[in-house]
Design a protein around this ligand. Sequence first.
Ligand SMILES: [Zn+2]
Length: 431
Amino acid sequence: MAVLGLLAGAVLVTAGLVRSNPVEARRVAIPIEIEILNQPGPSPAAMMAAPAAGTYHGLESSKRVVVTVNRGDNMSLVFDRAGLSGAELQSLLDSDKGAAALRNIFPGQTLTFNVDEKHQLTELRFAKSALETTVFTKEGSSFRMLSEMKEPELRHTFRHAVVQSSLFNAGVQAGVSNQMILELANVFGGVMDFALDPRKGDTFSVLYEERFVDGEKIGEGAVIAAEYTNEGRRYSAYRFVDESGRSGYFSTDGVSMRKAFLRSPLDFTRVTSNFNMRRMHPIARIIRPHRGVDYGAPTGTPVYSSGDGRVLESGYGRGNGNYVYVQHDGQITTRYLHLHKRLVKKGQRVEQGQTIGTVGATGLATGPHLHYEFLVSGVQKNPRSVLDNLPRARSLSGKELARFRSGIAGFDAQLTTYTKAWELAVASNDG
Ligand SMILES: [Zn+2]
Protein backbone atom coordinates (compact mmCIF):
# COMPACT_ATOMS: atom_id res chain seq x y z
CA MET A 1 0.00 0.00 0.00
CA ALA A 2 2.92 2.33 0.63
CA VAL A 3 3.92 2.12 -3.01
CA LEU A 4 0.35 2.72 -4.02
CA GLY A 5 0.27 5.75 -1.83
CA LEU A 6 3.31 7.15 -3.55
CA LEU A 7 1.82 6.42 -6.92
CA ALA A 8 -1.41 8.11 -6.11
CA GLY A 9 0.51 11.00 -4.64
CA ALA A 10 2.54 11.34 -7.81
CA VAL A 11 -0.60 11.39 -9.93
CA LEU A 12 -2.02 14.04 -7.65
CA VAL A 13 0.96 16.31 -7.99
CA THR A 14 1.33 15.84 -11.73
CA ALA A 15 -2.31 16.32 -12.36
CA GLY A 16 -2.13 19.43 -10.24
CA LEU A 17 -5.88 19.63 -10.15
CA VAL A 18 -6.27 19.64 -6.45
CA ARG A 19 -3.36 21.97 -5.93
CA SER A 20 -4.53 24.45 -8.51
CA ASN A 21 -7.89 24.60 -6.88
CA PRO A 22 -6.92 27.60 -4.80
CA VAL A 23 -8.23 28.80 -1.53
CA GLU A 24 -9.86 31.84 -3.02
CA ALA A 25 -9.98 33.80 0.17
CA ARG A 26 -6.20 34.09 0.20
CA ARG A 27 -6.14 36.44 -2.74
CA VAL A 28 -7.13 39.56 -0.91
CA ALA A 29 -5.67 42.98 -0.52
CA ILE A 30 -5.26 43.04 3.22
CA PRO A 31 -5.91 39.64 4.65
CA ILE A 32 -5.44 39.14 8.32
CA GLU A 33 -5.88 35.47 8.73
CA ILE A 34 -5.35 34.06 12.12
CA GLU A 35 -5.62 30.49 13.09
CA ILE A 36 -7.03 30.05 16.53
CA LEU A 37 -8.43 26.57 16.58
CA ASN A 38 -6.27 23.89 15.16
CA GLN A 39 -7.90 20.59 15.81
CA PRO A 40 -5.82 17.60 14.85
CA GLY A 41 -6.69 16.49 11.37
CA PRO A 42 -7.61 12.96 10.42
CA SER A 43 -4.81 10.56 9.67
CA PRO A 44 -3.71 10.81 6.05
CA ALA A 45 -4.34 7.13 5.59
CA ALA A 46 -7.94 7.49 6.67
CA MET A 47 -8.96 8.60 3.27
CA MET A 48 -6.37 8.85 0.66
CA ALA A 49 -7.24 11.54 -1.81
CA ALA A 50 -7.90 9.85 -5.10
CA PRO A 51 -6.37 11.28 -8.24
CA ALA A 52 -8.61 14.05 -9.41
CA ALA A 53 -7.52 14.22 -13.01
CA GLY A 54 -8.52 12.03 -15.88
CA THR A 55 -11.22 9.47 -15.86
CA TYR A 56 -9.32 6.24 -15.78
CA HIS A 57 -6.20 5.25 -13.99
CA GLY A 58 -5.77 1.58 -14.66
CA LEU A 59 -2.94 0.38 -12.50
CA GLU A 60 -3.07 -3.24 -13.54
CA SER A 61 -0.09 -4.43 -11.57
CA SER A 62 -1.28 -2.81 -8.38
CA LYS A 63 -4.87 -4.01 -8.71
CA ARG A 64 -6.24 -0.60 -8.00
CA VAL A 65 -8.45 1.30 -10.40
CA VAL A 66 -9.61 4.84 -9.83
CA VAL A 67 -12.50 6.18 -11.87
CA THR A 68 -13.67 9.77 -11.79
CA VAL A 69 -17.34 10.25 -12.56
CA ASN A 70 -18.00 12.19 -15.77
CA ARG A 71 -21.06 14.05 -16.87
CA GLY A 72 -23.67 11.58 -18.06
CA ASP A 73 -22.10 8.64 -16.25
CA ASN A 74 -24.02 5.93 -14.52
CA MET A 75 -22.70 3.10 -12.40
CA SER A 76 -22.78 0.61 -15.28
CA LEU A 77 -20.54 2.86 -17.34
CA VAL A 78 -18.24 3.38 -14.38
CA PHE A 79 -17.96 -0.38 -13.75
CA ASP A 80 -17.37 -0.91 -17.42
CA ARG A 81 -14.50 1.57 -17.40
CA ALA A 82 -13.07 -0.17 -14.35
CA GLY A 83 -13.15 -3.42 -16.32
CA LEU A 84 -15.79 -4.93 -14.06
CA SER A 85 -18.94 -6.73 -15.12
CA GLY A 86 -22.57 -5.79 -14.69
CA ALA A 87 -23.01 -8.95 -12.64
CA GLU A 88 -20.43 -7.68 -10.17
CA LEU A 89 -22.26 -4.36 -9.90
CA GLN A 90 -25.52 -6.21 -9.31
CA SER A 91 -23.98 -8.32 -6.56
CA LEU A 92 -22.76 -5.14 -4.90
CA LEU A 93 -26.13 -3.42 -5.18
CA ASP A 94 -27.83 -6.52 -3.74
CA SER A 95 -25.50 -6.64 -0.77
CA ASP A 96 -26.87 -3.70 1.19
CA LYS A 97 -29.82 -1.36 0.97
CA GLY A 98 -27.40 1.52 1.37
CA ALA A 99 -25.70 0.49 -1.86
CA ALA A 100 -28.55 2.23 -3.69
CA ALA A 101 -26.58 5.42 -2.97
CA LEU A 102 -24.33 4.31 -5.82
CA ARG A 103 -27.14 5.19 -8.21
CA ASN A 104 -26.72 8.86 -7.32
CA ILE A 105 -23.33 9.76 -8.62
CA PHE A 106 -22.15 13.19 -9.66
CA PRO A 107 -19.37 14.40 -11.95
CA GLY A 108 -16.11 14.81 -10.09
CA GLN A 109 -16.74 12.11 -7.51
CA THR A 110 -14.21 9.30 -7.48
CA LEU A 111 -14.53 5.58 -7.07
CA THR A 112 -11.56 3.49 -6.12
CA PHE A 113 -11.77 -0.19 -7.02
CA ASN A 114 -9.48 -2.76 -5.46
CA VAL A 115 -9.43 -6.00 -7.37
CA ASP A 116 -7.70 -9.33 -6.85
CA GLU A 117 -5.43 -11.06 -9.35
CA LYS A 118 -8.48 -12.45 -11.20
CA HIS A 119 -9.82 -8.88 -11.46
CA GLN A 120 -12.59 -9.67 -9.00
CA LEU A 121 -13.73 -6.72 -6.91
CA THR A 122 -12.53 -6.93 -3.31
CA GLU A 123 -13.19 -3.39 -2.17
CA LEU A 124 -14.91 -0.31 -3.52
CA ARG A 125 -14.32 3.09 -2.02
CA PHE A 126 -16.83 5.73 -3.10
CA ALA A 127 -15.83 9.26 -2.11
CA LYS A 128 -19.24 10.92 -1.95
CA SER A 129 -17.79 14.18 -0.72
CA ALA A 130 -14.58 15.50 0.78
CA LEU A 131 -15.94 14.34 4.12
CA GLU A 132 -17.74 11.10 3.43
CA THR A 133 -16.53 7.88 1.86
CA THR A 134 -18.62 4.75 1.55
CA VAL A 135 -16.60 1.57 1.59
CA PHE A 136 -17.82 -1.81 0.31
CA THR A 137 -15.68 -4.76 1.36
CA LYS A 138 -16.08 -8.25 -0.04
CA GLU A 139 -17.16 -10.77 2.57
CA GLY A 140 -17.76 -14.23 1.19
CA SER A 141 -20.05 -13.79 -1.79
CA SER A 142 -21.45 -10.49 -0.60
CA PHE A 143 -20.22 -7.03 0.38
CA ARG A 144 -20.21 -5.26 3.72
CA MET A 145 -20.87 -1.52 3.62
CA LEU A 146 -19.62 1.13 5.99
CA SER A 147 -19.25 4.88 5.93
CA GLU A 148 -16.08 6.70 6.82
CA MET A 149 -16.64 10.25 7.97
CA LYS A 150 -13.87 12.78 8.25
CA GLU A 151 -14.00 15.65 10.66
CA PRO A 152 -13.03 18.84 8.90
CA GLU A 153 -10.42 20.95 10.57
CA LEU A 154 -11.92 24.31 11.52
CA ARG A 155 -9.85 27.44 11.18
CA HIS A 156 -10.97 30.87 12.18
CA THR A 157 -10.76 33.61 9.60
CA PHE A 158 -11.25 37.31 10.08
CA ARG A 159 -12.27 39.80 7.42
CA HIS A 160 -12.97 43.48 7.55
CA ALA A 161 -14.52 45.51 4.77
CA VAL A 162 -15.46 49.08 4.00
CA VAL A 163 -18.50 49.51 1.82
CA GLN A 164 -17.74 51.76 -1.14
CA SER A 165 -20.06 50.91 -3.99
CA SER A 166 -21.94 47.85 -2.83
CA LEU A 167 -22.03 45.23 -0.15
CA PHE A 168 -21.01 42.46 -2.51
CA ASN A 169 -18.17 44.50 -4.02
CA ALA A 170 -16.90 45.26 -0.52
CA GLY A 171 -17.05 41.53 0.15
CA VAL A 172 -15.07 40.71 -2.98
CA GLN A 173 -12.37 43.22 -2.08
CA ALA A 174 -12.05 41.87 1.43
CA GLY A 175 -12.09 38.25 0.35
CA VAL A 176 -15.54 37.56 1.73
CA SER A 177 -17.61 35.20 -0.41
CA ASN A 178 -21.10 36.09 -1.57
CA GLN A 179 -22.32 33.21 0.54
CA MET A 180 -20.80 34.81 3.61
CA ILE A 181 -22.43 38.16 2.75
CA LEU A 182 -25.76 36.34 2.65
CA GLU A 183 -24.95 34.77 6.02
CA LEU A 184 -24.28 38.21 7.45
CA ALA A 185 -27.53 39.51 6.01
CA ASN A 186 -29.23 36.57 7.66
CA VAL A 187 -27.58 37.26 11.02
CA PHE A 188 -28.50 40.97 10.91
CA GLY A 189 -31.81 40.50 9.09
CA GLY A 190 -33.80 41.42 12.18
CA VAL A 191 -32.02 44.71 12.82
CA MET A 192 -31.12 45.92 9.33
CA ASP A 193 -32.83 46.07 5.96
CA PHE A 194 -30.07 44.99 3.61
CA ALA A 195 -32.10 46.20 0.66
CA LEU A 196 -32.31 49.77 1.88
CA ASP A 197 -29.96 50.48 4.77
CA PRO A 198 -26.35 50.00 3.61
CA ARG A 199 -24.48 53.19 2.77
CA LYS A 200 -21.08 54.19 1.45
CA GLY A 201 -18.69 54.21 4.39
CA ASP A 202 -20.39 51.42 6.29
CA THR A 203 -18.00 48.81 7.62
CA PHE A 204 -18.30 45.23 8.61
CA SER A 205 -16.09 42.70 10.34
CA VAL A 206 -16.65 39.02 10.47
CA LEU A 207 -14.95 36.18 12.29
CA TYR A 208 -15.97 32.86 10.79
CA GLU A 209 -14.97 29.26 10.43
CA GLU A 210 -13.40 27.80 7.35
CA ARG A 211 -13.41 24.05 6.94
CA PHE A 212 -10.37 22.19 5.73
CA VAL A 213 -9.73 18.57 4.88
CA ASP A 214 -6.14 17.49 4.37
CA GLY A 215 -5.08 21.10 4.09
CA GLU A 216 -7.61 21.95 1.39
CA LYS A 217 -10.38 24.40 2.04
CA ILE A 218 -13.66 22.66 1.41
CA GLY A 219 -15.99 25.39 2.50
CA GLU A 220 -17.04 27.91 5.03
CA GLY A 221 -18.58 27.16 8.37
CA ALA A 222 -20.51 29.28 10.79
CA VAL A 223 -20.17 32.96 11.50
CA ILE A 224 -18.73 33.20 15.03
CA ALA A 225 -18.89 36.92 15.54
CA ALA A 226 -19.77 39.82 13.31
CA GLU A 227 -20.14 43.55 13.39
CA TYR A 228 -21.86 45.89 11.01
CA THR A 229 -21.63 49.63 11.35
CA ASN A 230 -24.45 51.28 9.43
CA GLU A 231 -24.29 55.07 9.18
CA GLY A 232 -22.34 55.14 12.43
CA ARG A 233 -24.64 52.77 14.25
CA ARG A 234 -22.85 49.62 15.29
CA TYR A 235 -24.51 46.20 15.48
CA SER A 236 -22.67 43.22 16.95
CA ALA A 237 -23.69 39.60 16.85
CA TYR A 238 -22.17 36.54 18.46
CA ARG A 239 -22.98 32.93 17.89
CA PHE A 240 -24.20 31.04 20.91
CA VAL A 241 -25.05 27.36 21.16
CA ASP A 242 -27.45 26.62 23.99
CA GLU A 243 -27.48 23.45 26.07
CA SER A 244 -29.91 21.72 23.74
CA GLY A 245 -27.49 22.35 20.88
CA ARG A 246 -29.49 25.07 19.15
CA SER A 247 -27.43 27.90 17.82
CA GLY A 248 -28.40 31.49 17.43
CA TYR A 249 -26.94 34.98 17.29
CA PHE A 250 -27.08 37.42 20.15
CA SER A 251 -25.99 40.98 20.74
CA THR A 252 -23.34 41.82 23.32
CA ASP A 253 -25.97 42.03 26.05
CA GLY A 254 -27.43 38.62 25.21
CA VAL A 255 -30.47 39.72 23.22
CA SER A 256 -31.36 37.56 20.24
CA MET A 257 -30.63 39.02 16.81
CA ARG A 258 -33.61 37.12 15.51
CA LYS A 259 -36.54 39.50 15.82
CA ALA A 260 -40.26 39.07 15.45
CA PHE A 261 -39.96 40.76 12.02
CA LEU A 262 -37.51 40.71 9.18
CA ARG A 263 -36.42 44.14 8.08
CA SER A 264 -36.50 43.16 4.42
CA PRO A 265 -39.59 41.22 3.27
CA LEU A 266 -37.96 39.96 0.09
CA ASP A 267 -34.78 38.54 -1.34
CA PHE A 268 -32.69 41.68 -0.94
CA THR A 269 -30.05 40.58 -3.43
CA ARG A 270 -32.60 41.04 -6.20
CA VAL A 271 -33.77 44.50 -5.28
CA THR A 272 -32.85 46.43 -8.41
CA SER A 273 -33.05 49.94 -7.10
CA ASN A 274 -31.07 49.33 -3.97
CA PHE A 275 -27.68 50.33 -2.87
CA ASN A 276 -26.38 46.81 -2.65
CA MET A 277 -26.45 46.11 -6.30
CA ARG A 278 -25.14 49.16 -8.11
CA ARG A 279 -26.60 52.42 -7.09
CA MET A 280 -25.65 54.64 -4.22
CA HIS A 281 -29.11 55.77 -3.28
CA PRO A 282 -32.17 53.61 -3.04
CA ILE A 283 -35.24 54.98 -4.74
CA ALA A 284 -37.36 52.99 -2.37
CA ARG A 285 -38.67 55.12 0.44
CA ILE A 286 -41.79 55.92 2.32
CA ILE A 287 -44.19 57.46 -0.13
CA ARG A 288 -46.94 59.41 1.50
CA PRO A 289 -50.02 58.56 -0.56
CA HIS A 290 -49.76 54.86 0.00
CA ARG A 291 -47.73 54.78 3.19
CA GLY A 292 -45.60 51.84 2.39
CA VAL A 293 -42.12 50.96 1.29
CA ASP A 294 -41.54 50.19 -2.37
CA TYR A 295 -38.87 47.69 -3.31
CA GLY A 296 -38.11 47.56 -7.02
CA ALA A 297 -37.25 43.99 -7.99
CA PRO A 298 -37.68 41.76 -11.03
CA THR A 299 -40.94 39.90 -11.55
CA GLY A 300 -40.73 36.55 -9.78
CA THR A 301 -38.47 37.66 -6.90
CA PRO A 302 -39.56 35.76 -3.76
CA VAL A 303 -41.51 37.78 -1.20
CA TYR A 304 -41.28 36.62 2.42
CA SER A 305 -43.66 36.95 5.29
CA SER A 306 -41.73 39.30 7.55
CA GLY A 307 -43.00 37.54 10.67
CA ASP A 308 -44.91 34.51 11.93
CA GLY A 309 -48.64 34.85 11.55
CA ARG A 310 -51.78 33.87 9.72
CA VAL A 311 -52.92 34.95 6.26
CA LEU A 312 -55.70 37.48 6.73
CA GLU A 313 -56.41 38.03 3.04
CA SER A 314 -55.09 36.63 -0.19
CA GLY A 315 -56.85 38.17 -3.14
CA TYR A 316 -56.96 40.51 -6.10
CA GLY A 317 -58.04 44.14 -6.32
CA ARG A 318 -57.95 46.71 -9.10
CA GLY A 319 -55.48 48.97 -7.31
CA ASN A 320 -53.51 46.49 -5.23
CA GLY A 321 -53.35 43.77 -7.85
CA ASN A 322 -52.57 40.44 -6.24
CA TYR A 323 -52.16 41.07 -2.55
CA VAL A 324 -51.51 39.17 0.67
CA TYR A 325 -52.21 40.48 4.16
CA VAL A 326 -50.71 38.69 7.15
CA GLN A 327 -51.96 39.05 10.71
CA HIS A 328 -49.31 38.86 13.44
CA ASP A 329 -49.37 39.04 17.22
CA GLY A 330 -49.66 42.41 18.91
CA GLN A 331 -52.24 43.84 16.47
CA ILE A 332 -49.70 44.00 13.71
CA THR A 333 -50.60 43.40 10.08
CA THR A 334 -48.22 43.33 7.14
CA ARG A 335 -49.37 43.88 3.55
CA TYR A 336 -47.72 42.83 0.32
CA LEU A 337 -49.11 44.35 -2.90
CA HIS A 338 -48.79 44.08 -6.70
CA LEU A 339 -47.67 40.44 -6.49
CA HIS A 340 -47.12 38.44 -9.61
CA LYS A 341 -48.19 35.25 -7.83
CA ARG A 342 -49.83 34.60 -4.49
CA LEU A 343 -48.55 31.41 -2.87
CA VAL A 344 -50.69 31.30 0.28
CA LYS A 345 -54.38 31.01 1.07
CA LYS A 346 -56.57 32.92 3.49
CA GLY A 347 -56.38 31.40 6.97
CA GLN A 348 -53.07 29.67 6.37
CA ARG A 349 -50.32 29.84 9.02
CA VAL A 350 -47.08 31.33 7.79
CA GLU A 351 -43.65 31.52 9.33
CA GLN A 352 -41.14 34.30 9.22
CA GLY A 353 -39.18 34.07 6.00
CA GLN A 354 -41.72 31.84 4.29
CA THR A 355 -42.30 32.72 0.64
CA ILE A 356 -45.85 33.99 0.35
CA GLY A 357 -45.73 35.27 -3.22
CA THR A 358 -43.53 36.79 -5.87
CA VAL A 359 -42.86 40.34 -6.98
CA GLY A 360 -45.00 41.56 -9.87
CA ALA A 361 -46.69 44.60 -11.35
CA THR A 362 -50.35 43.69 -10.98
CA GLY A 363 -52.91 46.39 -10.19
CA LEU A 364 -51.90 50.03 -10.37
CA ALA A 365 -48.16 49.62 -10.64
CA THR A 366 -45.85 51.24 -13.14
CA GLY A 367 -43.31 48.43 -12.97
CA PRO A 368 -42.50 45.30 -11.01
CA HIS A 369 -42.03 46.14 -7.35
CA LEU A 370 -43.19 45.09 -3.93
CA HIS A 371 -45.28 47.59 -2.03
CA TYR A 372 -44.93 46.66 1.63
CA GLU A 373 -46.97 48.06 4.49
CA PHE A 374 -46.58 47.59 8.23
CA LEU A 375 -49.68 48.37 10.28
CA VAL A 376 -50.06 48.64 14.04
CA SER A 377 -53.70 48.58 15.17
CA GLY A 378 -54.78 49.29 11.61
CA VAL A 379 -52.53 52.31 11.10
CA GLN A 380 -49.65 52.30 8.61
CA LYS A 381 -46.30 52.86 10.27
CA ASN A 382 -42.78 53.20 9.00
CA PRO A 383 -41.36 49.74 9.71
CA ARG A 384 -37.89 51.19 10.05
CA SER A 385 -38.82 53.26 13.07
CA VAL A 386 -41.47 50.97 14.57
CA LEU A 387 -39.39 47.80 14.63
CA ASP A 388 -36.79 49.27 16.95
CA ASN A 389 -39.43 49.57 19.65
CA LEU A 390 -41.02 46.16 19.33
CA PRO A 391 -40.53 43.60 22.05
CA ARG A 392 -37.36 41.58 21.67
CA ALA A 393 -37.59 37.97 20.57
CA ARG A 394 -35.49 36.24 23.17
CA SER A 395 -32.89 37.19 25.71
CA LEU A 396 -30.36 35.04 27.47
CA SER A 397 -30.46 35.09 31.23
CA GLY A 398 -28.95 33.45 34.29
CA LYS A 399 -26.38 30.76 33.65
CA GLU A 400 -26.81 30.96 29.90
CA LEU A 401 -26.08 34.66 29.90
CA ALA A 402 -23.01 34.09 32.06
CA ARG A 403 -21.78 31.38 29.71
CA PHE A 404 -22.49 33.59 26.71
CA ARG A 405 -20.62 36.52 28.24
CA SER A 406 -17.52 34.53 29.04
CA GLY A 407 -17.70 32.90 25.60
CA ILE A 408 -17.80 36.13 23.66
CA ALA A 409 -15.23 38.03 25.67
CA GLY A 410 -12.41 36.55 23.63
CA PHE A 411 -14.13 37.06 20.31
CA ASP A 412 -14.99 40.62 21.14
CA ALA A 413 -11.36 41.33 21.90
CA GLN A 414 -10.34 39.57 18.69
CA LEU A 415 -12.72 41.59 16.56
CA THR A 416 -11.33 44.77 18.07
CA THR A 417 -7.71 43.70 17.71
CA TYR A 418 -8.18 42.53 14.13
CA THR A 419 -10.07 45.63 13.14
CA LYS A 420 -7.33 47.85 14.60
CA ALA A 421 -4.65 45.83 12.82
CA TRP A 422 -6.58 46.18 9.61
CA GLU A 423 -6.97 49.91 10.00
CA LEU A 424 -3.26 50.26 10.74
CA ALA A 425 -2.45 48.27 7.63
CA VAL A 426 -4.67 50.53 5.57
CA ALA A 427 -3.15 53.64 7.11
CA SER A 428 0.41 52.49 6.33
CA ASN A 429 -0.64 51.58 2.79
CA ASP A 430 -2.08 55.01 2.28
CA GLY A 431 0.96 56.72 3.76
ZN1 LIG B 1 -46.02 51.69 -3.13
